[in-house]
Ligand binder design. Sequence first.
Ligand SMILES: NC(=O)c1ccc[n+]([C@@H]2O[C@H](COP(=O)([O-])OP(=O)(O)OC[C@H]3O[C@@H](n4cnc5c(N)ncnc54)[C@H](OP(=O)(O)O)[C@@H]3O)[C@@H](O)[C@H]2O)c1
Length: 250
Amino acid sequence: MSDTNLSVLLVGGTGSIGRHVARRALAAGHRVRVLTRRPDSAPAGTDAVGGDLTDPGTLNAAVDGIDAVIFTHGAPFASTSVHDVDYGGVRNILEAVGDREVRIVLMTAIGVTNRAGGYHDWKRRSERLVRASGHASTIVRPGWFDMNEDDQHSLHFLQGDRRWAGSPADGVIARSQIADVLVAALTSDAAAGKTCELVAEHGPAQQDLDPMFDALEADGPLDPPQDTANMPLADEPAEVRADLERAGAQ
Ligand SMILES: NC(=O)c1ccc[n+]([C@@H]2O[C@H](COP(=O)([O-])OP(=O)(O)OC[C@H]3O[C@@H](n4cnc5c(N)ncnc54)[C@H](OP(=O)(O)O)[C@@H]3O)[C@@H](O)[C@H]2O)c1
């Protein structure tokens, strides 16, 4: 476990997941800065900084002096802003960070490699940007929020993203459990360079997540090795290939 009390930029900190992450990160002793278009809505105990992910000129104050970024932001499901917010937001923050080394934890979604409907493609491309950036990163793809049964406390990390039903049959996870994993990843050396799906199963909660992070296969330069290879780089939009090159893709 690397240390300790970090200065964390939380992107999406006013959202339904981000609020749990803010509480959990503060309880772990981190300083939390929330990037938001609505500074009055930032969770108690955090520092709000005004900014819009789609407007790069508003992001410099947010990244000043940070050690880490946790991304839990998102446009409404299937909205046309997914390109600008889910993908463009990650690109714009990475560009604002520049050459400084920061720890990155990105939340996307289970089923992100299912290309049907194109709903998830921009989230998956944001994952690729993070991996290509070379920052120590952990990417967590949670199942369906807060649909757990009473005794589903046990966390399970999966790889390969093979659950594509597009319904809670893919797996469920409590918002508070997602926050526990995102904040644990922040200071876990074992979690760096790893991607997993996250679901809850029947059973007691684990106390230490490091053995679970340790058991995960490490990411390749763009994708986790077990993912379905259904997004060839050569077929990607020119904009995406240019962003990847700028981010540092080999
Ligand atoms: N529902 C599920 O079961 C499920 C499962 C897996 C993954 N997910 C994904 O989880 C993501 C987050 O979920 P959530 O419930 O926490 O979302 P949410 O409550 O709608 O919050 C969205 C967050 O994104 C921020 N945001 C959006 N556009 C922004 C912009 N232009 N500039 C700055 N911040 C912006 C908002 O900040 P401000 O409004 O304060 O600016 C807010 O903090 C979604 O993208 C969803 O696809 C959902």
